[in-house]
Design a protein. Structure first.
Length: 350
């Protein structure tokens, strides 16, 4: 973790950090959204996204490569749109819950993500993050060293394949956003709203794809729609990965697990250049988000400005984050994530 401070003149960190749960009252002061600011953030995300989409489509008549390249860049705007949908799911983007929900549902067609399905699975993630007995919903599958070593050779092979970067960050996102999101897997018995969200989003996506094919044929679909959505999906999965899969993350058995401790210590502070911080809507300030998810993304920087302890906690640079892709197993004894090589060095080959 890097230790540089993000803001000049920040007050020194308290040598006796406060308990994680005590941050809730402090962070509640930042929860109120600004309606004008929220509408502005939607406008500066959606308008460029749609404009770049149109220019990329037009460029197909000039250069397939140029259209493809511009569509890939537009994936960054789609990441930002997903982050706004994410805030809507937490009820933090507008004070009016109904407004948040319908904006989120509309954006879900662009992000290929059924809003109510995702909101439900994501709330489970927030309520159980870091709890070893509640893995498997809205998270990256992570085995403990003991669980991995207890598997037979085929089970270990399957896990290694799943944790391969090509699967996690390329094939996995494509499967998740193009296929898995079409049905509410894991939530099929959770009522009509879940199904309405899934089917409604599918209809919206199908209509969009149909219009693209009708007016432009196959090339806009293959060289504009697919690159934009796939780049956004891969970047989104990478962001989610490094937000919780870093060496000093936090997992506990249920009897030792505490919600706010897991939120603070099991979520990273991903430090990025300002342009990337803008495109990712401050989602890298993830430890604060998990401590208090009702804070609008555009107010998270206020928290870091006012509280140096949080500004310096869990810092992870882009360079450091690349090494996280080699971490695969939670070691309950050492209380850190290990690579397969580190596991063999510590416990012997199997």
């Amino acid at each position: 973790m890097t230790s540089e401070t993000p803001f000049e003149g920040a007050i020194p960190v308290d040598p006796a950090p406060r308990p994680a749960a005590s941050w809730v009252k402090v962070l509640a002061q930042y929860r109120e959204p600004n309606p004008a600011r929220s509408l502005f953030e939607i406008a500066v995300s959606l308008i460029p996204f749609l404009a770049i989409w149109a220019v990329a489509w037009w460029l197909l008549s000039v250069s397939y490569f140029a259209a493809f390249a511009l569509a890939c860049v537009n994936g960054l705007f789609l990441v930002r749109i997903f982050c706004i949908q994410h805030d809507c799911g937490h009820g933090s983007f507008f004070a009016n819950r109904t407004a948040s929900d319908w904006v989120g549902r509309g954006l879900g067609i662009l992000t290929l993500t059924p809003y109510d399905v995702w909101r439900r699975s994501h709330s489970i993630h927030h309520a159980s993050s870091g709890n070893l007995e509640k893995r498997g919903m809205g998270d990256v599958v992570t085995l403990t060293v003991a669980e991995y070593r207890e598997r037979n050779w085929f089970g270990r092979l399957r896990y290694r394949a799943y944790r391969n970067p090509l699967v996690l960050f390329v094939l996995g996102p494509a499967y998740l956003f193009y296929l898995e999101n079409r049905l509410p897997f894991g939530l099929m018995g959770d009522g009509w709203r879940i199904w309405a969200s899934s089917i409604g989003t599918n209809v919206g996506v199908a209509v969009s794809v149909g219009l693209i094919l009708y007016f432009g044929g196959l090339m806009p679909l293959l060289l504009v729609f697919v690159p934009t959505t796939l780049i956004a999906a891969s970047l989104g999965v990478w962001l989610f990965y490094v937000q919780h899969q870093f060496e000093e993350t936090h997992w506990d058995q249920p009897e030792d697990w505490a919600l706010h401790e897991a939120a603070l210590h099991g979520s990273s502070h991903y430090v990025m250049p300002r342009v990337l911080q803008w495109f990712t809507a401050n989602i890298g300030i993830h430890h604060v988000h998990h401590l208090y998810s009702r804070i609008p993304f555009y107010r998270l920087t206020e928290v870091l400005r006012d509280h140096a302890e949080l500004a310096q906690a869990q810092r992870l640079s882009i360079g450091e984050s690349l090494a996280c892709a080699r971490l695969h197993l939670w070691d309950e004894k050492q209380r850190r994530l290990l690579s397969f090589r580190q596991m063999r060095a510590a416990y012997g080959a199997i």
